[in-house]
Design a protein around this ligand. Structure first.
Ligand SMILES: Nc1nc2c(ncn2[C@@H]2O[C@H](COP(=O)(O)OP(=O)(O)O)[C@@H](O)[C@H]2O)c(=O)[nH]1
Ligand SMILES: [Mg+2]
Length: 337
């Protein structure tokens, strides 16, 4: 399953330009599938020489123009939001624009919470189990939203968070900030980008500076020309690579790999997923029929050349159902039937 990323933010901040940069102009109707660059996959592929190499993918979607309700509905369906702020052009005021945008999301969640409070109050009167506990969580959420604050900044344990997920809150969604900076201010992005950084740090969200317009131009060049031009701007990695890493971090994702002769592949997976859940990314049946995981690292596999060579040398770690698959693990799942 690809990771769903929605590009959101104020009007005119460069969302469509960034969408075109990330999809290298190949998106259609505001949707594009993008391969996530990963040097570990490149090294694995060079060592194993598989018939096919498959990177992790993100499905990127550009914010459609429309009403506030439409913009919020659009943000709601994503796994991770990329919030773009205008740090170029006349009088950029990105922090204010971002706060206004966040307030739209807060108001949408407030409406959902209020609706749910009414339903739960009726359920409580009818004596429904858990209704009182839910009402209490909703009331805390309402107070927080009433103060103009996003639900992400409300302290919630896992159970309470799960309860709140029932209203599909958009302000509980992970996000990253992109300070869309003027080319001439790269790589720092100058004063406007500093304001975005301050906001991001206060909220504990990842943030990066780039120029969407420059990235869109770069996406049309071949890799060596890209690298040369990037270096001229003091940028060492593509905007796509940086955004993907930030999305993984914000979304609590890791990447594990499978490496056989038919295919070497990168798999996105939630952090701390038990091995059978990680296996279910490959095939849903794998969760039920999981027997064990045989695990190594990218470096060990690159040195040995194949999973079989490591297995023959007794160098594959054998892990059970309780094992939490780690970022960078190379895994072979033993599956029963
Ligand atoms: N100078 C500069 N202009 C940009 C950049 N990104 C977008 N723009 C311009 O800003 C305007 C709005 O961009 P657009 O992507 O349509 O914004 P959207 O409304 O957020 O989708 C367009 O005229 C773009 O060419 C950038 O990185 N630098
Ligand atoms: Mg647009």
């Amino acid at each position: 399953m690809p990771v769903n990323v929605a590009i959101v933010g104020p009007q005119g901040s460069g969302k469509t330009t960034l969408f075109n940069a990330l999809t290298a102009g190949r998106g259609a109707d505001g949707v594009g599938m993008v391969d996530v660059p990963d040097e570990r996959l490149t090294r694995l592929s060079a060592a194993v020489k598989p018939a096919k190499t498959t990177p992790a993918q993100v499905r990127v979607e550009d914010s459609p123009p429309g009403s506030r309700a439409q913009r919020v509905a659009f943000a709601r369906q994503a796994d991770v939001l990329v919030k773009v702020a205008r740090c170029f052009g006349p009088d950029p005021d990105p922090a204010v624009e971002l706060e206004e945008f966040a307030l739209d999301l807060v108001l949408a969640d407030l409406a959902s919470v209020e609706k749910r409070i009414e339903v739960v109050a009726k359920e409580a009167r009818a004596g429904k189990k858990d209704a009182v506990a839910e009402a209490e969580i909703l009331t805390a959420a309402k107070e927080h939203l009433d103060a103009g604050k996003q639900l992400r900044t409300l302290a919630l344990d896992a159970d309470r968070r799960q309860t709140l997920q029932g209203i599909f809150p958009v302000t509980l969604k992970p996000y990253v900030y992109v300070a869309n900076a003027a080319e001439e201010l790269l790589p720092s992005g100058g004063e406007p980008a500093a304001k975005v950084k301050k906001l991001a740090e206060a909220e504990g969200a990842p943030v990066m500076n780039l120029s969407a317009r420059l990235e869109a131009e770069l996406a049309e060049l071949d890799p060596s020309e890209q690298a040369e031009m990037r270096a001229g701007y003091g940028i060492d990695e593509s905007g796509l690579g940086r955004i993907a890493r930030a999305v993984w971090e914000a979304g609590g994702l890791i990447t594990y790999f499978t490496a056989g002769e038919p295919e070497v592949r990168a798999w996105p997976c939630e952090r701390d997923a038990p091995a059978p859940v990680a296996a279910s990314k490959i095939h849903t049946d794998f969760e039920k029929h999981f027997i064990r995981a045989e695990v190594t690292s990218v470096d060990e596999l690159v040195a040995a050349g194949s999973m079989d060579a490591l297995r023959a040398a007794g160098k594959l770690r054998v892990e059970g159902r309780e094992y939490r698959v780690q970022d960078g693990d190379v895994v072979f799942f033993r599956i029963g039937r």
